[in-house]
Write a protein that binds this ligand. Structure first.
Ligand code: 5GP
Ligand code: ZN
Length: 136
């Protein structure tokens, strides 16, 4: 448990939360600022800051629990789809520094929009970036 981590406090039962699903490695609870009806967070019980630092095993358990929750949302809320979202570092919108996956049920008539309209890339630039990512 990390000092002053609100999600560690939720795991420990020291802060109130609307829990939905729990297992040995993860818990899921409602997000207090939901983007859609049913927006929830899945977190590993162990503290890690974010995707850069989470141990592979905790990440795998978080992914499996997110899938289980997505199916629950489909079956019990009747959503038409689900987005999984992870924010890693403030540049990527991370505001709580305990690894978590947003599980966001989507409805055909919900108001969410893609943040960026799809735009084709320059093929030469794509190849250059791919070379950088491959490491040479
Ligand atoms: P991030 O921006 O780090 O990806 O997401 C953090 C999420 O945690 C936000 O969607 C925010 O609404 C949610 N959140 C922040 N504080 C609390 C809290 O005390 N309880 C719950 N249930 N959710 C929280
Ligand atoms: Zn924590």
């Amino acid at each position: 448990m990390a000092d002053d981590c609100i999600f560690c406090k939720i795991v420990a039962g020291e802060l109130p939360s609307h829990n939905i699903q729990e297992d040995e490695h993860t818990i899921a609870f409602m997000d207090i600022n939901p983007w859609t009806r049913g927006h929830a967070l899945v977190i590993p019980r162990n503290h890690s800051k974010n995707l850069y630092e989470v141990p592979e095993e905790d990440l795998a358990h978080t992914a499996s629990a997110s899938k289980r929750l997505a199916l629950t949302m489909r079956d019990r809320l009747g959503c038409d789809g689900v987005n999984l979202l992870n924010c890693c570092e403030p540049a990527a919108w991370q505001t709580v520094f305990h690894m978590h996956m947003h599980v966001i049920p989507r409805y055909d008539d919900d108001p969410l929009k893609l943040p960026i309209p799809p735009q084709p890339a320059d093929p030469a630039e794509l190849e250059q970036i791919a070379r950088e990512l491959r490491g040479g």
